[in-house]
Design a protein. Structure first.
Length: 206
């Protein structure tokens, strides 16, 4: 499997190398994005969709130490790796990880205070319905954080289109993402880091 495909579904030894790179590469992005969540917000149940190497699960668990954080990923290699990297939190019952996809999240509706999706939405098979699927798992007043380290800015469009094609990604505009999240019953705040071309969409379920 080529590395471009490993980004979507890491497998085997090469997949582990990709997960290690992801954990390091996304560290600053994740911290920046999570900081867009209001300081007064508290969470007891958290879900990270497309949890990859598990670094975000650890950060979320440390930020809300009384919470239980679930992670789902379509890759068995990712799930095993995330469990291993968070073994002490898994043993304490603070982090749980399982194989599942965003289109069929294996939890009851209204289960979570916070759902995060960092560097993953562009791989979702049916973005509109998958956002609705995830939003249904939020309690009233719960938050959904969707994050990407790239977006089309009018200057990088040609180069970014090539990256999307090679990695089988589908990026959407801020306007489209806002519209999709609103259609799923959320009010949306968009935060952008223009210098690094990062974007965080924070939806609150009404």
């Amino acid at each position: 499997m080529v590395e471009e495909d490993q980004c979507q579904r890491p497998e085997g030894e090469e997949g582990i190398k990709v997960l290690e790179k992801m954990n390091e590469h996304h560290k600053d992005l994740s911290a920046w994005a999570i900081a867009t969540i209001p300081e007064a917000f508290t969470a007891s149940r958290v879900l990270d969709v497309g949890c990859g190497g598990g670094n975000v699960l650890r950060v979320l668990s440390m930020k809300w130490p009384r919470s239980v954080c679930d992670g789902i990923d379509i890759s068995e290699t990712s799930v095993e790796y995330a469990r291993k990297k968070n073994s002490f939190l898994v043993a304490a019952g603070k982090v749980r990880v399982q194989v599942a996809g965003v289109s069929d999240i294996p939890f009851p509706d209204g289960e979570f205070d916070l759902i995060t999706a960092i560097e993953t939405y562009f791989f979702w098979p049916d973005l509109a319905n998958d956002i609705k699927s995830a939003a249904s798992k939020l309690r009233e007043g719960g938050l959904m954080l969707i994050v990407s380290e790239q977006f089309f800015n009018g200057k990088n469009d040609a180069e970014l289109s090539k990256v999307c094609e090679s990695h089988h990604m589908k990026l959407v505009s801020h306007e489209e993402m806002t519209s999709l999240m609103e259609a799923a019953g959320m009010t949306v705040k968009t935060t952008v880091d223009e210098d690094r071309n990062w974007v965080a969409y924070l939806g609150k379920k009404s």
